[in-house]
Design a protein around this ligand. Sequence first.
Ligand code: COA
Length: 231
Amino acid sequence: MSTMLDTYQDSATIKSLEREQSTYLKAELKAGFPRYIETRNHELKIKTNIIDVGSISTNELNACLDLIDHNLGAIYARLHGPTWKMDKIKEMKDSGLIYILLKDNSTEVSSKLAGFLSMRILVDGDLSVLYLYEIQLDKAYQNNKIGSQAMKHLSTIPDKINMNRRYLSRFYPLDGISLTVFSDNLGALKFYQAQGYKFSKMSPRDKKLKDKTVEKPPYYIMIKYSSAAYL
Ligand SMILES: CC(C)(COP(=O)(O)OP(=O)(O)OC[C@H]1O[C@@H](n2cnc3c(N)ncnc32)[C@H](O)[C@@H]1OP(=O)(O)O)[C@@H](O)C(=O)NCCC(=O)NCCS
């Protein structure tokens, strides 16, 4: 499948179309996400702040990079070498990205970054998807259902975008939500599978070697399809 983004070669036009998609995405996220995420610990108040990449401050971006480093820095360094952070920060500034900052508003004084999600709409092979670039929670906030609540709200977004006639008059409907997960990140793999994500046809797969051992690719691509009614 191709979208309007494939039809034009010139990069200024592509950028402008990406900006337009990102405006639709941000509007649906703002409508679809509650101001506060419910958590297992009822004393925790996690506030959602939905902003586009152009509006995120350097401090916030660095705090997001620190979370990635604390959670997955060892895997990134092993797979991409010691300079992985330079590539990551570049990726984190990709045009069209929308961030959902999760701030701990439990106390009057603090507004600590508890985690974040980042995403954009893109074409992956023949699929048009909402691509989740990151979901990262500070270790102190993990296992409180914040991640699964955020994913639950996110899962409603493709269908909502697909019901928007103005969006559909400009772009192909979204096939679903896609994401990349390191094959060594077993916790996250289990987490996504529990949310109904499956390996995408675009995903690298395990290889069975002659000696019957299994060689895992560095990462998998997973997808949760939109409801078929809109496709
Ligand atoms: C993965 C992550 C987003 C999950 O969010 P969370 O709020 O901690 O997860 P939840 O409390 O919603 O857990 C939901 C279920 O996911 C599973 N799960 C989550 N994290 C897990 C882990 N590290 N190991 C094993 N299972 C895990 C559990 O089965 C849990 O179910 P249960 O407690 O009801 O049995 C969060 O732990 C995180 O930020 N991890 C580090 C960064 C990361 O790996 N991000 C994903 C990159 S692809």
